[in-house]
Design a binder for this molecule. Structure first.
Ligand code: 13P
Ligand code: SF4
Length: 355
């Protein structure tokens, strides 16, 4: 089914206006859309991808003056950190944040870092930060010798960190950190959880000094929505199906699945599934619906319906308003970071690219 058929008259009009404005602006305008965006927004993209891919697309788009980023705040910030000097990054809805990223405010993480390194020598702890975090937190990690990682390269980043320092301090997704640590053979006893709502993260000095991995207590509600019961039901309903989930899902769900990996991995699984087979996918539902309509020769179904309301905030009207505002974008929609934050965040991003 063509998803564009579901558009109202006014949305169709906005869509046509965007197409016309894109034509007029040519290569000076680039529209980036994350995989979790609504179909009608994705259909207007110059590039669709995961957060890292899109930030690179922005930087590599020579000649692009205006980058309109349809995704959540931390993604638009990453594009702002990596952009070229003459580019402007515009976020059509500045309120489209990420609750997972919000679990770890930079000042709280800085305090935790001070407390942890009061117990373990600074040179023995490596901070690693998931892409799903503010630029300020990436800056704090960059300043302290650490790196960014995405769900595509978390295991590689852990291995890099463990070679360099005795303890890994991973923020802000506990499940991704635990799934990765367990997959690398780290035992559950060697993993401690830093709860920012408790004094000293709820940990004793002994627990901090004996841990190999310290995980920040944060999670993505879109991915913790899935349960092993969902997997059991899917296997009963679709005998012989393959179940793949995102590693932000709880460890028991990852364990019960047939495969787990990043957004890019999930897109590849859909592409590679044999015709006639059934793929059950545990991730954001807009991506699953789009994959289902893209590959009609296979059955691609959601493990359960789980929508990211922040991604959903970006509508075709907001995209149209941002594009129509050019060359004078609304100030509140222009992503802006201090030079200090950008300078330190880029160090952590560059470390990831070199790992
Ligand atoms: P990636 O684009 O890095 O895969 O992250 C998407 C996301 O928000 C996962 O919940
Ligand atoms: Fe954040 Fe989860 Fe939405 Fe991804 S799916 S943007 S981690 S809330």
């Amino acid at each position: 089914m063509n998803m564009m058929q579901r558009l109202s008259d006014v949305e169709t009009q906005y869509s046509e206006e965007i197409v016309a404005m894109k034509k007029k602006r040519g290569s000076e305008l680039v529209i980036l859309t994350h995989h979790y965006q609504r179909q009608e927004v994705v259909s207007l993209n110059d590039f669709v991808g995961d957060s890292l891919q899109l930030a690179k697309n922005a930087r590599d788009a020579e000649g692009a003056k205006y980058i309109v980023f349809c995704g959540v705040r931390f993604m638009a910030e990453a594009a702002e950190v990596l952009r070229r000097k003459n580019q402007v990054v515009i976020h059509p809805d500045p309120m489209s944040g990420c609750p997972l990223a919000d679990y770890a405010p930079a000042d709280g993480a800085e305090m935790a870092w001070e407390e942890i390194t009061d117990v373990v020598d600074k040179d023995d702890v490596m901070p690693l930060v998931y892409m799903n975090s503010s630029a300020a937190l990436k800056a704090m990690v960059g300043r302290n010798g650490g790196s960014v990682c995405t769900s595509s390269n978390t295991a590689r980043a852990f291995q890099w960190a463990m070679k360099k320092r005795r303890v890994v301090f991973f923020l802000p997704d506990e499940n991704l950190g635990r799934n990765t640590a367990l997959s690398l053979g780290i035992s559950p006893e060697q993993i401690a959880v830093w709860d920012p709502t408790e004094d000293h993260g709820g940990l004793t000095r002994d627990q901090i000094s004996s841990a190999k991995v310290i995980l920040w207590k944060g999670y993505c509600h879109v991915h913790t929505h899935f349960s092993t019961k969902d997997i059991q039901r899917a296997r009963e309903k679709f005998p012989g199906c393959r179940v793949v989930v995102h590693p932000e899902c709880p460890p028991d769900v990852v364990d019960a699945s047939d495969g787990s990996g990043s957004t890019a991995y999930i897109v590849k699984q859909a592409e590679q599934a044999p015709a006639g087979s059934t793929l059950v996918v545990g991730t954001e539902v807009n991506l699953v619906s789009r994959l289902a309509s893209e590959y009609e020769d296979k059955k691609i179904v959601a493990l359960s319906r789980s929508l990211c309301p922040n991604m959903f905030r970006i509508s075709i009207r907001k995209l149209r308003d941002s594009v129509a505002s050019l060359p004078n974008p609304d100030k509140d929609k222009v992503v802006s970071l201090s030079d200090e934050v950008k300078g330190e965040a880029v160090i952590a991003l560059d470390r990831m690219l070199s790992i």
